[in-house]
Each structure stands twice: as structure tokens, then as C-alpha cells.
Write a protein that binds this ligand. Sequence first.
Ligand code: PEP
Length: 255
Amino acid sequence: MNKALRKAVIAGNWKMNKTPSEATQLLNEIAPLVKDADCEVIACVPYVDIAAAVEATKGTNIKVGAENAHWEEKGAFTGEISTGMLKEIGVEYVVLGHSERRQYFGETDETVNKRTKAVLKAGLKPIVCVGELKWERECGITEEVVARQIKLDLYDVTAEELKNVIIAYEPVWAIGTGLTATDDQAEEVCAFIRATLAKLYSKEAADGVTIQYGGSMNDGNAAGLLSKENIDGGLIGGASLVAEKFAAIVAAASK
Ligand code: PEP
């Protein structure tokens, strides 16, 4: 399958930014700027902003995502949010295994796998984040790191379920640092991810998977990154908080 047949997806990851009223304001600014997008547009927002985001995006082409989800359906998990809660409130996508969760909150590939399976079971779409640390790249083990994450995070995910999975390749050294992988560096790893998926599933299944790049993607570098054969979209942190910048990335993905 060629890139043109895959779904291009631009998702904002707002992290711990914006109150509900600020979320409404930002989405009201973004909506008219992306209304003609020829790609999927998603805002992944803090839990408390979800209701406001669902309301603000009604009648628009913007989908709402969450930034995490627990794997159990309910129970004694103080402070956690279930997939059922997210689904009922109007969430369609869930970011999982973001490097900040791995780095600061003890997220492991085992828990990313549990979350991925729970999200799929609930009929939601996971955006599963993988990527190497700076020193892992320097040691020349980027491919080992990413292959391990893909294998573990997607363990027991069926080929049918894979159709609803988005992979975000996010080199950790590029997230929020202003450093971006070059177009060729990003393409090399995204192509490797697709080849890994082909080994685990089939070429046909791998060819259908949307693979995003994330890591200081912005209005200036998006077009180059998105022109690459295996980069089907972006997961955007900082630039997703500025309507014009986010809209420019969406426009670049729509070409
Ligand atoms: C992210 O949070 O996933 C991210 C890529 O952040 P930034 O665009 O700010 O590097």
C-alpha cells in the first residue's frame, strides 16, 4: 500500500496545559483553521478538559483524545480513569506509553501493552508511543530499542485490532527540546517500524498502519518530515498549543 492510501493523522498532545475554559478557547481558534483538512485532526487533552473539548468540537472535523487510560474497567484504582469513562464522554483516541509517562510515572512496556489491549477492547484507538533515548541512539541501538517496544507494547494485539492502532515514533531526545530528527533519520526509523510490523503480522497489515513522527515537529519542519514515505502524520506537543502553528502542520499533512 502506498502512503497516499494510508490515513494521515495529526494529533496534538496538550500534556498538562490548558484549563477547561482555555481548552474551549483554543479549540474555537483551531476549528475554523483546520475545517478543510484532508487528514484526521485530533486534540489529546487533559482528562478535565475532555468534556469542554467534546462540546467545543461538536460539528467540526476535530476528534478528541485522552492522554492515558487505565487497563481495568473499574475498581480500587484511586486517581485512574477507565476506557469506559473515556468512551462515554466522547473520546475516540488515547495516547499510550508517552515518554513522559515512561520517564516520570513508571510506565513500562508491560503496562503499555495492558492499556493498549484495554483501549482496543473498548473500541477506542490507541496512539502507541515508542522511541529511543539520546544515549541509546549514540550507542547505536535505536532499532533494538524500538523493535522491543513494538513487540512488547503490541503483544497479543491481533491483525484485525492493528487496523485501529496508530504508532507514534518519538525519539525522546527530540521531545520538547527543539531538537528534531532530520527527515531522513525519522524516515529511517519509521520504515524500520513498518518492517518490524510486517515481520510480526504481514506486509499487508504493516502497510495499512499509520505511523506518526513526534519530537519538536512544528510549522517550519512538518512539510519535510511528512513528505517521507513512511511518515503518515505527527504527534505534536508544544506547537499544538498555538492555533496557527497547529493548523499549518495540519495543512502540510493535507497536501
Ligand atoms: C509530544 O509531547 O509528544 C511531543 C512530541 O512534544 P513536542 O512536539 O513539544 O516535542
